[in-house]
Design a protein around this ligand. Structure first.
Ligand SMILES: Cc1cc2nc3c(=O)[nH]c(=O)nc-3n(C[C@H](O)[C@H](O)[C@H](O)COP(=O)(O)OP(=O)(O)OC[C@H]3O[C@@H](n4cnc5c(N)ncnc54)[C@H](O)[C@@H]3O)c2cc1C
Length: 556
């Protein structure tokens, strides 16, 4: 998969998608599979913004029980099962422990009833799941003793026990997002990263595509399409502003959320810890909002925060203060954590868009996705704006956007097939068998650790990486300082996965930087390869290293 700007400029598309986060990519995949001619432009890297900010939870929507929103809960349950089925290399079940206190809303009685309802509402969650390791067990409750054994150090005052429920967890959310890009590309979509929409093209009251800028060269060109979908997440009001109409600006408020990577606090279950946040929407308000301490590949991933963000979304960054404040909040809520700022090697985050409808209902957190057909509200044809609020349900949102696109095109839509079609690399069959076979197929010189990592990162496509490792001198070697990433993965990212910048390789195509800053030697080795493959000069190489290193430094 490579960007082809000439084709983008020369051809006319049925659908132009602005924004290559999970929602735009899932839409490109579905629309292409249903036979539409699709273009997608992304001004940073695919999945480089909000979609790489997640806590990596594939939510079944248990919290919608608080709002008695069974429809959304069913949606989330179905989509959680879908991701576990379509990308078994990148998604697996994770037990969550909710400690219970007293006999009111946080009490065992209420939580046990919630568990029961959750199990009932999701009784078909494993129906199409052939792999026993990817099935989600029923919830159950634990005694006080068993709860403390699993989560020592949680507050014992009034503790009555705990409830376990199961959700999914992403092994590598960036690769999961990218597997949607690969799948869309394989289905025929034209995707380009580092291309920004700078103006919406119009013929009278009809949008006909977008004026675009190649952010690598500054060159401008038009992408023409019958329907344009603004899927730019927290930028959606800004992209709508590219219509250059005198309308009052859309009200989209943004909230900032961060997660931190920390030493492992709990290794068997994710633990919900009550924080001071009060949820104003909850019908069965439990008074506080939880943050989660989730075991993730030998670390604890802790999140998420939620504060109003008033700046320009392009200026979003995580400050050292953000991290220090969150560390203090964690220590206050869970004194046994004794976490220090120095123990946090990495933090990441993003912005949640809070749409007009959600503002009107008084919500501080966007709860429902929105699809606006601007024919209806602005009398502008050919333009949709879509705002998603959850990674987990992106496939379903995409299905509706593609249905709406067909409707606007005046065509009958073929059946959506993305519920049945494995994502790129996802046709592994039963995971344990696949992993065993992968380990058995290890070529000389490639360790079991690397093979396991390749199986998880690329699924059935790991052979593409091994082929490169066999063909190119030195490509089977580990990247200097890395424990499992090999040089062939970097070559694969550059040649076959449209990696254009060093941080694309380090943060989103390989695992080099997913848990903290890679060594200087690793950055230098990657930059050398990219310079050789992409023709960078010395200044560009140095700039890329500095920019990537800066992603791991947090200042106030
Ligand atoms: C802190 C945090 C934690 C979360 N945790 C979870 C979780 O655990 N599980 C879960 O299911 N959900 C989670 N979510 C929600 C989820 O991350 C988002 O709903 C989802 O990623 C939004 O995807 P998107 O494609 O709409 O937006 P984005 O990923 O932001 O994609 C929009 C893209 O549009 C691009 N763009 C903007 N302007 C232009 C332009 N002019 N031209 C071209 N491209 C443009 C941007 O660069 C961006 O990449 C979390 C969200 C946050 C903030």
């Amino acid at each position: 998969m490579q960007r082809d700007l000439k084709r983008l400029a020369d051809e006319t598309f049925d659908l132009l998608i602005i924004g290559g986060g999970i929602n735009g990519l899932a839409t490109a995949w579905d629309a292409s599979l249903r036979g539409l001619k699709v273009a997608l432009i992304e001004k940073s890297d695919f999945g480089g913004q909000t979609s790489s900010a997640t806590l990596k939870i594939i939510h079944g929507g248990l919290r919608y029980l608080q709002h008695l929103d069974f429809r959304r809960m069913r949606e989330s349950i179905r989509e959680r099962s879908a991701l576990l089925r379509l990308a078994p290399h990148l998604a697996s079940p994770m037990p969550f422990l909710v400690p219970t206190y007293g006999h009111l809303m946080q009490g065992m009685e209420v939580m046990a009833a919630a568990m029961l309802m959750n199990d009932l509402i999701s009784c078909d969650r494993n129906r199409d799941q052939p792999d026993p390791d990817r099935r989600l067990p029923s919830g159950h409750y634990l005694s006080r003793r068993a709860t403390l054994d699993l989560a020592p150090g949680i507050s014992e005052k009034g503790l009555t026990g705990g409830v376990i429920f199961y959700d999914g967890q992403m092994y590598n959310s960036e690769r999961l997002t990218f597997s949607f890009a690969l799948s869309a590309s394989a289905a025929g979509a034209q995707l380009a990263n580092y291309v920004a929409a700078i103006r919406l093209l119009r013929k009278g009251a009809h949008v006909t595509g977008a004026r675009c800028r190649d952010l690598e060269t500054g060159a401008e060109f038009d992408v023409r399409a019958t329907i344009t979908a603004n899927m730019s997440g927290p930028w959606s009001d800004i992209v709508l502003g590219l219509l250059e109409r005198p309308d009052p600006p859309r009200r989209v408020v943004r909230s900032k959320g961060i997660q931190i990577v920390a030493p492992q606090l709990y290794d068997k279950v994710a633990v919900a810890v009550p924080s001071a946040y009060v949820d104003p929407d909850a019908v069965l308000a439990r008074g506080t909002r939880n943050f989660f301490i989730t075991p993730w590949r030998g670390t604890s991933l802790i999140g998420t925060t939620d504060t109003v963000y008033e700046g320009d979304p392009d200026a979003f960054r995580i400050t050292d203060r953000d991290i220090r404040d969150f560390v203090a909040e964690i220590n206050q809520s869970l004194p046994c954590a004794k976490l220090t700022r120095e123990q946090v090697p990495f933090a990441f985050g993003g912005l949640r868009p809070i749409t007009e409808k959600n503002i009107d209902t008084g919500s501080t957190v966007a709860r429902k996705y929105e699809i606006y057909d601007h024919e209806q509200d602005l009398k502008i044809g050919g333009l949709l704006s879509v705002i998603g609020v959850k990674y987990t349900t992106a496939r379903f949102l995409a299905e509706q956007v593609v249905d709406a696109t067909f409707q606007k095109l005046g065509k009958t839509s073929p059946r959506c097939v993305t519920l049945e079609r494995p994502l790129a690399g996802g046709k592994t069959g039963v995971w344990a068998d696949f992993e065993r076979a992968t380990l058995a197929a290890a070529p000389a010189g490639i360790s079991g650790t690397t093979m396991r990592h390749l199986a998880h990162s690329y699924g059935t496509d790991y052979q593409l990486v091994l082929d490169l490792a066999a063909r190119e001198a030195g490509a089977a070697a580990l990247v200097p300082g890395a424990e499992e990433v090999i040089v062939a993965e970097i070559l694969h990212a550059i040649r076959n996965e449209s990696a254009r910048k060093l941080e694309d390789v380090v943060l989103r195509r390989t695992d080099l930087g997913t848990q903290g800053q890679p060594s200087a030697a690793a950055l230098a080795a990657c930059a050398d390869l990219m310079a050789r493959e992409l023709g960078w000069d010395t200044a560009r190489r140095a700039r890329e290293i500095a920019e990537t290193a800066a992603r791991f430094q947090f200042v106030d």
